[in-house]
Unconditional design. Structure first.
Length: 143
């Protein structure tokens, strides 16, 4: 920003023809701040009208299958030892064929090999078990 102070010779002072913009900028900034303050704060909500149901919860409790994987790779189905993968897959196929699939609660041991647990999960997914969950995750929390 340049400012005209006077003539370099010093004999005749010239009239300043430049406008002083500092007060205009101050007024503009005050108006801008007032505009920002008066604008309502935008909220990021999506207002949805959700349906209200008064239906009672289902009376029939789901069937639960406890599937444990021990530290040595032993797989148990509700406490009964499953010998090999085809036997496990046959049981998964029986459960998947039911009209109301049972909930499969997979409880791997902390020392169980990842490959065994991954094999059980892959077999369940390939055969079509949709209700499967991991149980006992508190044993993996490190203190």
């Amino acid at each position: 920003m340049a400012m005209n102070v006077g003539s370099p010779r010093g004999d005749d002072p010239e009239v300043m023809i430049d406008i002083n913009t500092t007060p205009l900028i101050d007024v503009m900034l005050v108006l801008l701040i007032m505009l920002i303050i008066t604008i309502p704060i935008q909220t990021h909500e999506v207002k949805l009208d959700m349906p209200h149901t008064n239906a009672p919860p289902p009376i029939v409790q789901p069937v639960v299958v406890e599937l444990d994987v021990d530290f040595d790779g032993t797989i148990t189905w509700n406490g009964e030892v499953v010998r090999d993968r085809p036997t496990l897959e046959a049981r998964f196929a029986q459960a998947a064929a039911l009209p109301d699939q049972p909930e499969v609660h997979l409880r791997p041991n902390k020392l169980a090999a990842y490959s065994t647990v991954a094999m059980v999960l892959a077999s369940a997914q390939r055969i079509g078990i949709t209700k499967i969950g991991l149980v006992g995750n508190e044993q993996f929390i490190q203190n």
